[in-house]
Design a protein around this ligand. Structure first.
Ligand code: IPM
Ligand code: MG
Length: 368
């Protein structure tokens, strides 16, 4: 297969981890006989330093023209003082999400067998199994609502608007994902969607709950549906994560819950994501940020980005065998005991670097 992949390394550890994912994609192309045309484009603070814009027109155009986009991370202390609308987070990430119409963000969180001890939860909780998927609404809510200041800067507001059609399309994605996970036997239980809101307080959440309930009754009665308030969901995630299969939630709740979910699996350095719309490319990125504190040290964990590349192959290009091969290579390397510092146990063997673990995954993939 021929495919055009736009590569956006970005800031902080972005370039280091993306380099490993590119290495793995090249290995997939060799092993399975594909032709991936991968072209790098500037984004984030790195792009701002080069041309005064965190999302240059040429980068946006390249993303729109590509079959898929792989992104590292954006942002860092150097650009924190820019005006809010120029900052990497808003100008690059949020604009990319909305311009590409990426309304659903899939964030799978699971405990890999060899990493059971990396979870901060008690063994008996981990033993019940942690394998869930957060489906986060990505182009609505407080992130994109009207915001501003009043009273000469002494008051501020952020609106959380949601329209029924925005809820329906992401809810549909969550129900479909639940059916699909069940089909792939990732989750050996009936498919279940937990819709998370704050319907005891927020009007948008009441609309959210009504809409999800009606869609479920009309089209997805084979999937179990429960509703949880977000504070309760946050608590259940550490008390009994095994109860979750697919979590469907709005933009900001999804941001918060996905960091929590990542931590219970051991490290945020392990969690990939796929941002999808109704058609077109899709953006694939680790859920972690640019990690300025460890930038340039060669110790960042590239696995979240490598697994994002696997999601890219599965969702954007329909190459599920290739995606499985990457996931298997990651499992093999973890089973061999290779660890970057974030997933190492204090009494374990010496840790490896970003490129060493990337090389090992490449080798496991190509059988060398
Ligand atoms: C994420 C990040 C972003 C978000 C930030 C960097 C704007 O935390 O992708 O989870 O809040 O969406
Ligand atoms: Mg986040």
């Amino acid at each position: 297969m021929k495919a055009k992949i736009a590569i956006l390394p970005g800031d902080g550890v972005g370039p280091e981890i993306v380099a490993e994912a590119v290495k793995v994609l090249e290995a997939v192309a060799r092993r399975f006989g594909h032709d991936f045309e991968m072209t790098e484009h500037p984004v984030g603070g790195a792009a701002y330093d080069r041309c005064g814009d965190c999302l240059p027109e040429t980068t946006l155009a390249a993303c729109k023209a590509a079959d898929a986009v792989l992104l590292g991370a954006v942002g860092g202390p150097k650009w924190d003082t820019l005006a809010p609308e120029k900052r990497p987070e808003r100008r690059a990430l949020l604009t990319l999400r909305s311009e590409l119409g990426l309304f659903a963000n899939l964030r799978p969180a699971k405990v890999w067998d060899p990493l059971k001890t990396a979870s901060p939860l008690k063994d008996e909780i981990v033993a019940r199994g942690i394998d869930l998927l957060i489906v986060r609404e990505l182009t609505g809510g407080a992130y994109f609502g009207k915001k501003g200041r009043g009273e000469g800067g002494k008051s501020a507001y952020d609106m959380i608007p949601y329209a029924e059609h925005e809820i329906l399309r992401v809810a549909r994605m969550a129900f479909e994902a639940a059916r699909c996970r069940h089909g792939r036997a990732v989750a050996p239980r009936p498919p279940k969607v937990t819709s998370v809101d704050k319907a005891n307080v927020l009007e948008t959440s009441r609309l959210w709950r009504e809409t999800v309930t009606a869609l479920h009754a009309a089209e997805y009665a084979d999937v179990a549906l429960e509703h949880l308030y977000v504070d309760n969901a946050a608590m259940q995630l550490v008390r009994d994560p095994a109860r979750f299969d697919v979590i469907l939630t709005e933009n900001m709740f999804g941001d918060i819950l996905s960091d929590e979910a990542s931590q219970i699996t051991g490290s945020i350095g392990m969690l990939p994501s796929a941002s999808l719309g109704t058609s077109g490319a899709g953006l694939y990125e680790p859920i972690h940020g640019s990690a300025p504190d460890i930038t340039g040290k060669g110790i960042a964990n590239p696995i979240a980005t490598i697994l994002s590349a696997a999601m890219l192959l599965r969702h954007a290009l329909g190459l599920s065998g290739e995606a499985d091969a990457i996931e298997q290579a990651v499992a093999d390397v973890l089973a061999q005991g290779l660890r970057t510092p974030d997933i190492a146990s204090p009494d374990g063997p010496p840790t490896v670097t970003t490129s060493e673990i990337g090389d090992a995954i490449e080798a496991a993939l190509t059988g060398k």
